[in-house]
Write a protein that binds this ligand. Structure first.
Ligand SMILES: C[S@@+](CC[C@H](N)C(=O)[O-])C[C@H]1O[C@@H](n2cnc3c(N)ncnc32)[C@H](O)[C@@H]1O
Length: 189
């Protein structure tokens, strides 16, 4: 099973995005991960140790049995979908609030294939991949635990509000430690 991240931010690979991609590699393993639509040489070099890298867009690759993960899809991903598809495609795109339906615009509307949702709340790409993997490994969506919105304290009483859905394991939020450190540093400077 291959997890595909279609990078949708053009030539740019923001540090935030890079840290999410690194986290995704830890979640699914580099051998099961493909980054597509990576146009810049620098981004390619940065990502090669975390997965396979392809400069073509997913729309130019002739892949069969693919499924796009899109919040706006009608059907929820189910454990049985591991038998229906070989590749699961996610938008490599930072969250925005309110969501601007960019996954639909830039991905779902461009590729004729099945789509699945992970619920009607927006998640970061790494959270979406984590959630999809849990489901494909056998846990139904209804059994998963989530928290909507997350506040990360930084310093001097300041905090960062993340208006997204996060998955929890044994009551603990799953988020990249490196990303949290990056947010704290960024806010602190
Ligand atoms: C931060 S989200 C992008 C959201 C963006 N604001 C939009 O308007 O589509 C990054 C990716 O994670 C996946 N994703 C996030 N939340 C999802 C959900 N509830 N169901 C399915 N996929 C989701 C999608 O593949 C999406 O492209």
């Amino acid at each position: 099973m291959i997890y595909i991240i279609e990078h949708l931010d053009g030539n740019r690979l923001y540090k935030w995005c890079f840290l999410e991609y690194k986290h995704i590699s830890e979640i699914v393993g580099k051998d099961n991960l493909l980054f597509t639509n990576i146009k810049s040489k620098k981004a390619k070099e940065q990502l090669l140790i975390y997965g396979k890298v392809e400069s073509k867009s997913i729309t130019e690759l002739q892949l069969k049995k693919v499924c796009i993960l899109d919040q706006l899809a009608d059907k929820i991903l189910s454990p049985n979908d591991k038998n229906n598809f070989d590749c699961f495609i996610f938008g490599g795109i930072l969250g925005d609030y309110p969501p601007r339906k960019r996954t639909k615009e830039k991905l779902s509307d461009k590729l004729l294939c099945e789509k699945r949702s992970l619920g009607n709340k927006q998640m970061s790409t790494d959270t979406a991949v984590y959630t999809a993997k849990k489901i494909l490994d056998g846990t139904t969506f209804e059994k998963l635990e989530f928290q909507d919105e997350l506040e990360i304290p930084v310093k001097d009483g300041l905090s960062i509000e993340l208006p997204y859905r996060y998955i929890k394991e044994y009551g603990k939020i799953i988020i990249s430690n490196e990303l949290v450190a990056f947010m704290k540093k960024k806010k602190g400077i």
